[in-house]
Write a protein that binds this ligand. Structure first.
Ligand SMILES: Cc1cc2nc3c(=O)[nH]c(=O)nc-3n(C[C@H](O)[C@H](O)[C@H](O)COP(=O)(O)O)c2cc1C
Length: 205
C-alpha cells in the first residue's frame, strides 16, 4: 500500500478563477508529498452558452487537457478537495452533478473515512463564498467524511479571513487570483495532506 497521501482536487470553473486555485492547491499538495490528481467536473452547459461568453469559451479551451473527474478518482483518493464558483450561494450544478454520481460508492461505504475540504470563488465580497463551502460540506456529512477546514490555524488565515476554506472575490472578472488567496490555498493543501497522512498512518497501524 502506498504510504503517500493520494489527493484528488476536483473542481468546476467557468471562467478560470476556481481552476487557478485548484492548480495552486495541487502544486502545494505535491510539494507536501502527496500524489495528486487535478480533475475538473464535466461541463453541463450547452456549447452555445459557453461560446456566448468570451471568458467562459477561453477557459474551456485552455482547460481542455484537464482530465474529467470520475467516481473512481474519489475511490482512489485518501483526501478530496472540491472547489466551485458560487452559484446564488450554492455550488455549481456541474460540481453537484459530479457529486450525485457518487451514489454507488456511498452505498458501499466507500466515501467514508476520507478527508474532505472545499474552496469557492464569487464575483462579490459577500456573495456567498461561505454558504457555498458550507453547502458543499452538507454532502460530506452524508458521506461519513472527515471535513478538514483551515480554520485560523495559520497566520495567513487572519489575512484572507475565511475559516471554512480558501475563497476568492473575482470582482466581475477583474481581480486575478493573488497572493492572499494563494497563501490560503497553499495552507489548506498542506493541512489536508498533513491530516490525511496522520489518518492514513493511524488506520494502517
Ligand atoms: C448563474 C451564476 C450565479 C452566480 N451567483 C453569484 C452569487 O450569488 N454571488 C457572487 O458573488 N457571484 C456569483 N456568480 C459569479 C461567480 O461565482 C464568480 O464570477 C466566480 O468567481 C467564477 O468562478 P470561475 O471563474 O471559476 O467560474 C454567479 C455566476 C453565475 C454564472
Amino acid at each position: 500500500m502506498s504510504t503517500s497521501v493520494k489527493l484528488a482536487v476536483i473542481y468546476y470553473s467557468s471562467t478560470g478563477f476556481s481552476a487557478e486555485i485548484a492548480k495552486e492547491i495541487s502544486e502545494a499538495a505535491e510539494k507536501a508529498g502527496a500524489e495528486v490528481r487535478l480533475l475538473k467536473a464535466a461541463e453541463l452547459a450547452p456549447e452555445a452558452a459557453v461560446a456566448s461568453n468570451e471568458a467562459w469559451a477561453a477557459h474551456a479551451a485552455a482547460s481542455a487537457g484537464v482530465p474529467v473527474a470520475t467516481p473512481a478518482d474519489v475511490e482512489w483518493a485518501d483526501a478530496v478537495i472540491f472547489g466551485s464558483p458560487t452559484r446564488f450561494g450554492n455550488i455549481s450544478s456541474q460540481l453537484k452533478q459530479f457529486i450525485d454520481t457518487l451514489g454507488g460508492l456511498w452505498a458501499q461505504g466507500k466515501l467514508a473515512n476520507k478527508v474532505y475540504s472545499g474552496f469557492a470563488t464569487s464575483a462579490t465580497a459577500h456573495g456567498g463564498q461561505e454558504s457555498t463551502i458550507l453547502a458543499l460540506y452538507n454532502s460530506i456529512h452524508h458521506f461519513g467524511g472527515l471535513i478538514v477546514s483551515p480554520g485560523y490555524t495559520d497566520p495567513v488565515k487572519f489575512v484572507d479571513g475565511n475559516p471554512y476554506g480558501t475563497s476568492h472575490v473575482d470582482a466581475q472578472g477583474n481581480n486575478p487570483v493573488g497572493e492572499t488567496t494563494r497563501n490560503a490555498a497553499r495552507h489548506q493543501a498542506e493541512r489536508v495532506v498533513q491530516v490525511a497522512a496522520a489518518l492514513k498512518a493511524g488506520f494502517a497501524a
